[in-house]
Design a protein around this ligand. Sequence first.
Ligand SMILES: [Zn+2]
Length: 379
Amino acid sequence: MSVFDSLVGQSEVVERLKSAISSAKGGSSSQKMANSWLLVGPAGSGRSNAAVAFAASLLCSESGCGKCRDCQTVLSGTHIDVERFNPTGLSIKAEEVRELIARSAWSPSVGGWRIVIIEDADRLTESAANALLRTIEEPETHTLWLLCAPTLGDVSVTIRSRCRHLQLRTPSTASIEEFLLSNTSIDSKAAAFAARVSQGHIGRARFIATNQEARSRREEVLSLAFSLTDIDSCFKAASKILDIAQNQAESENSERDSQQMKQLQDAYQGTGRSLISGGARAIKDLERGQRSSTTRSVRDNIDSALLDIATFYRDVLVIQSGGEEILNIDLRTEVNEFAKTSSPKRSIERIEALLEARMNLGRNSAPLSTLEALFCALK
Ligand SMILES: [Zn+2]
């Protein structure tokens, strides 16, 4: 077992990480370990998993055995020298980066390195990127910065020019299928289905493979693509997507939110300080953070629903072009029927409308009206 096992279809990246680690551990001066890395890859390719595996293998005495205390605590997010910054808001602010920088300067407690992982570094605001730039230009020798983003273009030129780059690829359907078979208890038919419909997104593949609710939600979302008959059905589809995204975000976040709140309240009562003084403010801050995190989950869920719908029109286009290799194999009849009722040109327009709506949502447009406009364009 190795911490790199969870990186599906990324053998080149794993090789490069392993050689960086062996040169860091060998202390070879000709192969100096870079202090700043930028890991890029499409959503679901495992870029943040790669960063976490990198951190674990650097701190593990056996270069990432996956079993020792160092590996386990890095993987579970509780290692004292590894900070995993996962922005809850739509952007990462300069103030948040300055706090990270201050903590990154602390001496390592156990392993010789302090490691900061910034997930979604594409969300750095300009002032946050500037604050970070000064630090990665002259990093502390014991600090390792691992930045993750979808593409190199998502990070400012000045930041990326100071980082070593690692490019993850979209894992193949076959490699995801193999991963599901060896890491879950599902049968080969279910693994093949989940690998195919998830389009190279490992997390989604695993979720669809092992979660009945996720499968029903996917069916419900996809059915909207071929049930747009009039304007009324378009508005209903828009509010349906928003409902699904909100319910999903609530069920994902509610347990974590109440746990965090309880911990905070216990912490204040435990220290004997009155909740009325500092505690009230801390609770307000936490509530604000939680609201922002839920807003982000809702947006992420809408985005993945729109991606699912795009696969339906993509399949329609495949059939219209004389192909057979569709993704949504469970909807072959619906795809075939739909292909007869429209033209390839119209399918391309629909896919473009979905892309545009995703871009607008990424730029913080109002979800409901964006979805309403989208479904009217898809009709
Ligand atoms: Zn280990």
